[in-house]
Design a binder for this molecule. Structure first.
Ligand code: PFF
Length: 460
């Protein structure tokens, strides 16, 4: 197989590196999935466990992906071929690229819903309805045969536009534009939300751990979330790191990305739970939380102040859309980089191929909420099947292989040279870091994985 023939791009600055990688991490996973999991997992206790997994698993995997990507300077598959020619490690790269196609396809379906809700709130359609209306509107939309597909296609086109412009002029430039905007919106929404009457109950839910709520399922949910939220395990960050400069500090960048992602997840909790508690709605509403519960909350809490309600809901969906876009471009890039380098195609052609394939796969996922509801494989509709395969199978297995590869197979000197930028910076916690990569992360992931394969092993 040939790799690396197309001209490669670079991130032009350290800020670009951190914002693009944080852009990949901060996404629907933080603002949609995290609060849903916190709601189901009992609040603060879930958050504490989640922090632990970020530190023990996600950060070491992220650093390992950075080491692989920058030392090989190739796409997710090419990187393993370069560093371990002729060895089966390439399977980790192949799984990553396959996962990239899968995850982008179903993620874009939810991102398409977000685009629809952004448009609906912009044209003032989200006010003045009852909670049953909101549920009915959501269900009618997602099960419609073609409307969600149109929004899915529009969202994929937005992603395509950014990726096809390249690394510095596309991904870096738009991340630098979108991420600060995203932060400003979050801070505004947190302020809004904390001012709501009864917000204190929501804050208590987020800050006061109730350890009785901790079950093995909550622990596993927190692990899955820590993988998904930091985009680790499928070579996304291998691909991004292949565009880092030799001066980029790998450990420092990974720590910044983890800190930003965790901050955004917690702040999203501070937006959603005070709001939800202030109108007395249960926090464990599940995935419908941001599309059914929240519009309902917006309508109820701002019935006296329609303008404030309009601004709050519009800002919220714009935030969700920006977050989805900065993540979807990173998933798209895993696949585009591979097709461009492996098949020696120009970036635009490669990006077009990825967009078309994901649109087709995305249609399957979208239709599984409507006309193809009854079409199942292994008892799951397409959307569920894709989500399950990626988060419960490909991501943990990828994370396991990546840490084993860096911890046990790659030359120790090469790893240390990457971490210290050829000895020009010192890493004080080198030993504990290598211990996390070699032992803690792989053993922990193996446990999650065994639990998925043999659910009886750890059941609530
Ligand atoms: N981290 C993203 C989120 O939290 O929404 C999702 C994601 C992005 C997963 C990129 C995987 C990936 F490669």
């Amino acid at each position: 197989m040939k790799s690396g023939s197309a001209a490669r791009g670079f991130f032009g600055s350290q800020l670009g590196v951190v914002l693009a990688s944080a852009g990949s991490a901060v996404g629907l996973g933080n603002i949609w999935r995290f609060p849903t999991e916190v709601g189901k997992g009992g609040g603060a206790a879930f958050i504490l466990i989640y922090f632990g997994f970020i530190l023990l698993f996600s950060m070491p995997i992220m650093i390992s992906e950075f080491v692989i990507g920058r030392s090989a300077r190739s796409n997710a598959i090419g990187a393993f071929q370069k560093l371990a020619p002729g060895k089966p490690w390439v399977a980790a790269g192949i799984m990553g690229v396959l996962a990239g196609f899968h995850v982008l396809s179903y993620y874009s379906v939810v991102a398409g819903w977000t685009l629809y809700y952004t448009v609906q709130s912009a044209i003032g359609q989200l006010g003045g309805q009852s909670s049953t209306d909101f549920a009915a509107v959501f269900n009618a939309f997602v099960s419609h045969p073609w409307q969600p597909v149109v929004y899915l296609a529009l969202f994929l086109l937005l992603t395509h536009f950014v990726v096809s412009r390249g690394i510095e002029r596309g991904i870096e430039r738009y991340s630098k534009l979108m991420m600060p905007l995203l932060f400003m919106i979050i801070v505004l929404l947190v302020c809004f939300s904390l001012m709501m009457p009864g917000a204190a109950d929501g804050i208590r839910f987020l800050l006061k751990p109730d350890l009785n709520e901790v079950t093995p399922d909550v622990i596993l949910g927190a692990m899955g979330q820590a993988f998904f939220s930091l985009s680790v395990g499928i070579g996304c960050l291998v691909t991004y790191a292949s565009y880092f400069s030799n001066e980029t500090r790998l450990v420092g960048s990974a720590m910044s990305v983890c800190a930003i992602d965790t901050l955004v997840a917690v702040l999203s909790g501070f937006i959603i739970f005070p709001t939800v508690f202030s109108v007395g709605i249960s926090p464990d509403a599940g995935p419908g939380l941001v599309f059914i519960t929240l519009p309902n909350v917006f309508a109820l809490s701002f019935s006296e102040m329609p303008v404030a309600g309009y601004i709050f809901s519009l800002l919220f969906y714009v935030l969700l859309l920006l977050a989805a876009l900065t993540s979807s471009i990173s998933m798209h890039e895993i696949c585009t980089a591979f097709i461009s380098e492996h098949f020696n195609k120009g970036r635009r052609t490669a990006a077009a191929i990825v967009t078309i394939i994901c649109l087709m796969l995305g249609c399957f996922c979208s239709l599984s909420f409507g006309p193809w509801k009854d079409v199942t494989i292994l008892g799951r509709g397409f959307f569920d099947l894709f989500d399950y395969t990626v988060t419960k199978f490909l991501m943990p297995l990828g994370g396991l292989l990546i840490t084993l590869f860096v911890g046990w197979w790659l030359d120790r000197e090469l790893v240390e040279r990457q971490l210290t930028n050829d000895g020009s910076i010192s890493i004080r916690a080198m030993k504990p870091l290598l211990f996390l990569i070699r032992w803690v992360a792989p053993v922990g992931i193996l446990l999650i994985f065994l639990n998925e394969l043999f659910p009886l092993f750890m059941k609530s």
